[in-house]
Design a protein around this ligand. Structure first.
Ligand SMILES: C[S@@+](CC[C@H](N)C(=O)[O-])C[C@H]1O[C@@H](n2cnc3c(N)ncnc32)[C@H](O)[C@@H]1O
Length: 275
């Protein structure tokens, strides 16, 4: 599988071991695409030297690595992920850099840490893939000390818009991506509620967008072709209409008229005193 074929669907992300090269290239690319959103969410964590921070679903550990200098030398950033391969890559990538980083295989639904182990926790594009996102955020609230912050960054795939193409087919493509390919494709709009229901206070949620003026990048990020093929397999779109729709996207791209965008939500909440 190549990175452009990596579709980011939840079944794959639930266990990407064995495909981790393609997954790693996808994560590196997304790290550049979401640079600004990631910076904002890290700022919300109020990092300071000496803090211990948990990154849930850390993937390659790129965000954990970015945060580590801010808590060094006495603090630490711990990254957990379900993938043995990605945790191995995170360890290899960061070995010998002198950063206070630890990586472990773990499940976001049942964090292997005692209550109140961390000063803050962050999760980035993981809830969309989980069986039970509410449980994962409750776990984050359990392991973060009162007064500590929990930060979430998640997409909302139903927000994907595409200009200049047949809208019914575009809706079918978005529906496939959001409702079939992903376990919780619309989690972005739910994260404020989920943080409040996990007991967090002072919850702030902001909506932001990423725009694409070329098909190649849009395709790498959103795997439109795979969702179009899924819509055909589901009987929602006729094969000939799907091909014509795709050719139209290519033509828009060739002539500098391609436009697409999608939204995500960044949210922060504070863990209140616990009984
Ligand atoms: C889209 S990637 C995001 C990775 C990373 N947060 C980033 O921003 O680069 C989703 C990650 O969630 C991990 N994941 C999926 N299910 C998980 C689970 N139950 N517990 C922990 N991590 C999980 C995957 O292995 C993958 O690394």
């Amino acid at each position: 599988m190549t990175d452009t074929e990596y579709d980011g669907g939840s079944k794959r992300w639930a266990n990407i071991d064995g495909q981790s090269q393609a997954a790693a290239r996808y994560l590196e690319m997304m790290n550049r695409v979401l640079e600004e959103q990631k910076r904002q969410t890290m700022e919300w964590l109020n990092l300071a030297p000496g803090m211990s921070v948990l990154e849930v679903g850390c993937g390659l550990g790129l965000d954990a690595e970015a945060m580590a200098p801010q808590v060094a030398p006495a603090g630490r950033v711990v990254g957990i992920d379900a993938s043995h391969d990605l945790i191995g890559k995170a360890r290899e990538r960061t070995a010998g850099r002198g950063l206070p980083l630890e990586f472990a295989v773990g499940d976001a639904h049942a964090l292997g840490f005692p209550d109140n182990s961390f000063g803050a926790a962050r999760i980035d594009r993981v809830l969309q893939h989980l069986r039970d996102p509410e449980q994962a955020v409750r776990e984050m609230a359990r392991v973060v000390r009162p007064g500590g912050r929990i930060v979430v960054l998640e997409p909302d795939w139903e927000s994907v818009c595409l200009g200049g193409v047949d809208r019914e087919i575009a809706r079918a493509v978005v529906r496939y991506k959001s409702d079939v390919s992903l376990a919780h494709g619309m989690i972005g709009r739910e994260v404020r509620r989920v943080l409040v229901e996990a007991g967090c206070v002072d919850v702030l949620a902001e909506h932001g967008s990423v725009t694409f003026a070329d098909l190649a990048l849009a395709e790498r990020v959103m795997s439109l072709r795979r969702s179009l093929d899924g819509a055909v397999s589901g009987g929602w779109v006729a094969p000939a209409a799907a091909d014509a729709w795709w050719h139209r996207l290519e033509e828009l791209d060739r002539t500098g008229r391609f436009f697409s965008a999608m939204c995500g939500v960044m949210a922060v909440g504070t863990v209140p005193p616990k009984r």
